[in-house]
Design a protein around this ligand. Structure first.
Ligand code: ADP
Length: 413
């Protein structure tokens, strides 16, 4: 009997011991689990192998880990999103500590100032951009957002720099917004209005002056006829400016749609040449074009005609002996139209400017020949509208050659 009791007791002790071992093992797992959570390893889980209080604790810890994991993935996603946003944005972005030490700078800022300029660890005040910028970065933050206009003549750029102060982190965010184009546009608009006023005032002043002179009853017949001729010429000049301006404003409209149709370039060039045949003959100049076999071009007939008129008219106006030759060819899916003359030529340093509105190499000469200084601006826009390009080769007193290259715009179906 006593043996039986001893055996039962041994069994009970063994059973309790086993439970204790399992309990201890579970407790050890839980301690390791909490360590994982502390180390932000939120994805690990623990299997519920027991019942009772320990099971409740494991259940609660698993629920907590799930929540933490979800939060981590959201904030990780947010961080990634912010990083992509800052890296890809076209504004320059620099993050610094209160001391000015750079924490991060994005790709745009490196593109502007070079890869090494805004390296992390450098001090923003020590990047000698200019005095105003240093003063700006040295300012004690009083408002949350501050601005400055940063002009960098060496780079030919102007920026609006905004500085945001993140009080909670004691960080500064600098944003560099490139406003060069907007500034240039403002200047171009202002220049255009000044030029236009000047261009209109000159003939208007002449008209006013000569009309007053014509009022004189004692004016002799010869002078009267001369003055009337001058008034007429100036009215014609005003008309030319206004009609060129109308064409220019039409081709400059960004949303302007091309009226694409099939054009026989040989026919169109011949048509334009016939408009100038008489003028060329009067000046004793040749005006040649030899038709070639080329495919039909798809483009805006009216605009291509305007382009040709401007180039041929310039060729004749700026040539005193010899003449003008027009040619066309089709090569590697592109149409080439060339207008070359044996005229006065263009000084090489002036070539980049001749496409500007109202720009003329010799103002007096251009005016007496009925020029407005708008013709080549119109040509440039027409070429751009047709996705083409224009090239100029010129030698003083030897002549000029304008080559228009137009891609084949025929829709491929
Ligand atoms: P314009 O009405 O004065 O001809 P454009 O815009 O057509 O205006 O041309 C601008 C300037 O470019 C001209 O005033 C002239 O100085 C120069 N130019 C244009 N075409 C020629 C050419 N074929 N030969 C010499 N100079 C030219």
């Amino acid at each position: 009997m006593i043996y039986l009791i001893i055996i039962i007791l041994i069994f009970i002790i063994l059973f309790l011991l086993l439970h204790l071992i399992i309990y201890y093992k579970n407790l050890k797992d839980i301690v390791q689990y909490t360590k994982d959570l502390l180390n932000a390893k939120y994805s690990s889980r623990i299997l519920k192998k027991t019942k009772g209080m320990l099971a409740n604790l494991i259940e609660n810890l698993n629920a907590l880990a799930e929540k933490l994991e979800e939060k981590k993935s959201i904030s990780g996603g947010k961080e990634e999103l912010l990083n992509i946003f800052f890296e890809e944005m076209k504004e320059g972005f620099v993050l610094t500590r209160l001391s000015g030490e750079i924490i991060q700078a994005n790709r745009s800022i490196q593109k502007i100032f070079g890869e090494k300029a805004f390296q992390s660890g450098k001090i923003i005040q020590e990047l000698i951009i200019n005095r105003e910028f240093i003063e700006f970065t040295n300012k004690i933050p009083d408002k949350k957002i501050e601005f400055m206009e940063l002009e960098l003549p060496d780079l030919g750029k102007t920026f609006i720099v905004s500085r945001f102060y993140l009080e909670s982190q004691q960080w500064f965010i600098y944003l560099f917004n490139d406003i060069t184009d907007a500034k240039n546009l403002k200047r171009i608009k202002a220049d255009f209005i000044t030029n236009l006023s000047h261009e209109l005032r000159t003939p208007l002043t002449a008209i006013k002056g000569y009309l007053e002179a014509l009022d004189d009853p004692d004016l002799d017949k010869v002078n009267r006829e001369r003055f009337v001729k001058i008034v007429r010429e100036n009215i014609e000049r005003l008309t030319n400016i206004v009609s060129d301006l109308l064409v220019l404003s039409d081709v400059e409209r960004q949303e302007r749609k091309l009226n694409i149709e099939k054009i026989d370039l040989n026919e169109l060039i011949q048509e334009v040449i016939s408009l100038f045949r008489k003028t060329a003959e009067e000046k004793g100049l040749y005006l040649n074009f030899s038709p070639v076999s080329i495919p039909t071009y798809s483009g805006d007939r009216f605009l291509i005609q305007q382009l040709l008129i401007n180039l041929v008219s310039n060729g004749i106006r700026f040539t005193e002996k010899g003449g003008v030759e027009v040619s066309a060819k089709y090569e590697k899916d592109k149409f080439y139209i060339t207008v070359s003359d044996t005229g006065i030529g263009i000084p090489s340093e002036e070539i980049p400017r001749i496409f500007e509105r109202f720009y003329t190499v010799d103002k007096a000469r251009s005016r007496t020949q009925g020029g407005t200084g708008l013709g080549l601006s119109i040509v440039k826009h027409i070429v751009q509208l047709h996705q083409g390009e224009i090239k100029v080769e010129s030698r003083l007193r030897q002549g000029s050659k304008f080559t228009v290259i137009l891609p084949d715009l025929t829709p491929t179906s």
